[in-house]
Design a protein around this ligand. Structure first.
Ligand code: PBG
Length: 327
C-alpha cells in the first residue's frame, strides 16, 4: 500500500484528537435565555421545556448566581407581563417587568452581561410582534415602539439590546433612539436572520405569546430562503447592527457559515425552545444521550462559525467545556 496521507493518523489518541481540534470554544460566549415574571417566591417549571423555569424577581438572583458560578458569560432576559394590551405598553413601561428585572439583575449579580430581547409579542394582547393595523402588523408604527423599548431597557441597565421583531428598518430606528438618549456605546445584536419556525412553539407556551390569529409569516422569513437571509443580514449591518444572529440554530447553520464568510461582524445563533424540547423529550424516553447531543449541537454551531451561542443548555455546555469534553 502506497499511502502517505492517512487522515486516521491524527485520530489515534484522545490527546492528539484534542490537540488538533479545529473548533475552540469559550464559556464567555454562551448566552442563557431566561424568563422572568411578576409575583412572589415562584420558580415555575415550563411544561413544554422541562428543566426550564419562569422566575419571579425575588427568585431570579439565585438562578443568575448559578449561571455566573458556572462561567456562563451572559443572560438574555424575557419578561412575561401580568397585563397585555393592544399596543404592548408593558414592553416600554419604565416599571415594566423586564425593566425591573434588568435593574435588579445588574445590581445583585453584576458579573453577568445582560441582554434585553426587544420585541412586543410577549406584551401584546394579540401576540403579534408589533402594532396592528387591521390584521396586518404595521411596520413603521412599530418602529417607534421598538426604539422606546430598547431605550427603556438600556435605561434600566441592559448592556446590549437584541431586537427580535423582524420589522424593516428596526436597527436604524433603535440605533437612532439609543444615540439620541446618549447610549452611543450600547451594542445591538440583531436577530436579523430569523425564520418563521415551528421550533418556537415551547417558547410561546412559556411566554404566552402565541399569535391570537394568523401567524408571523408576514414578518419572519420563509425557511426555504437563503438569499433573503443574506439580504436581511446585510441590511441590518448597514443600519448599524453590531452582531448578527441566526435563529433557530440547528437546522439553519448553513446561514451562519454563509453570513460569517460574507461579513466581518460577530455571528450569534440561538438554539431555540423547540430544539431544547426535542432533546429533552427524546432523552426522557431513553432514545438519545442528552449530554452527548447537547455537546454535539453546541460544537457544531461553533464549527459553522458562531461566535456567540444562545442555549437553554448554557450551564450544561459550560460544564462540559470545563471538563474538556468539548471546546
Ligand atoms: C420574540 C421571540 C421569540 C423567540 C425569541 N424571541 C418568539 C417568536 O418569535 O415567536 C423564540 C425563542 C425560542 O423559541 O426559544 N419575538
Amino acid at each position: 500500500m502506497d499511502m502517505t496521507i492517512r487522515p486516521r493518523r491524527l485520530r489515534t489518541s484522545a490527546k492528539l484528537r484534542k490537540m488538533v481540534r479545529e473548533t475552540r470554544m469559550d464559556k464567555s460566549s454562551l448566552v442563557y435565555p431566561m424568563f422572568v415574571m411578576d409575583g412572589e417566591n415562584k420558580k415555575e417549571e415550563i411544561p413544554t421545556m422541562p428543566g426550564q423555569f419562569r422566575y419571579t424577581l425575588d427568585r431570579m438572583p439565585e438562578a443568575l448566581n448559578e449561571l455566573a458560578d458556572a462561567g456562563v458569560g451572559s443572560v438574555m432576559l424575557f419578561g412575561i407581563p401580568e397585563h397585555k394590551d393592544e399596543v404592548g405598553s408593558g414592553a416600554y413601561a419604565c416599571d415594566g417587568i423586564i425593566q425591573r428585572a434588568l435593574e435588579k439583575a445588574k445590581k445583585e449579580v453584576p458579573d453577568l452581561y445582560y441582554i434585553g430581547d426587544v420585541c412586543m409579542c410577549e406584551y401584546t394582547s394579540h401576540g403579534h410582534c408589533g402594532i396592528l393595523k387591521g390584521e396586518y402588523v404595521d411596520n413603521d408604527l412599530t418602529l417607534e415602539k421598538l426604539a422606546q423599548i430598547a431605550v427603556s431597557q438600556v435605561q434600566a441597565g441592559a448592556d446590549m439590546v437584541a431586537p427580535s421583531d423582524m420589522m424593516d428598518g428596526h436597527i436604524r430606528a433603535i440605533r437612532e433612539g439609543l444615540d439620541k438618549n446618549g447610549f452611543v456605546t450600547t451594542p445591538i445584536m440583531s436577530y436579523a436572520v430569523k425564520y418563521a419556525s415551528a421550533f418556537y412553539g415551547p417558547f410561546r407556551d412559556a411566554a404566552g405569546s402565541a399569535p391570537a390569529f394568523g401567524d408571523r409569516k408576514s414578518y419572519q422569513m420563509d425557511y426555504h430562503n437563503r438569499r433573503e437571509g443574506i439580504k436581511e443580514a446585510m441590511l441590518d449591518i448597514d443600519e448599524g447592527a453590531d452582531i448578527i444572529m441566526v435563529k433557530p440554530a440547528m437546522s439553519y447553520l448553513d446561514m451562519v457559515r454563509e453570513i460569517k464568510d460574507l461579513t466581518d461582524v460577530p455571528m450569534a445563533a440561538y438554539s431555540v425552545s423547540g430544539e431544547y424540547a426535542m432533546v429533552k423529550a427524546a432523552a426522557k424516553l431513553g432514545y438519545v444521550d442528552e449530554a452527548a447531543i447537547l455537546c454535539e449541537m453546541a460544537a457544531c454551531a461553533y464549527r459553522a462559525g458562531v461566535d456567540i451561542y444562545m442555549s437553554y443548555y448554557a450551564k450544561e455546555i459550560a460544564h462540559f467545556m470545563d471538563e474538556g469534553r468539548i471546546g
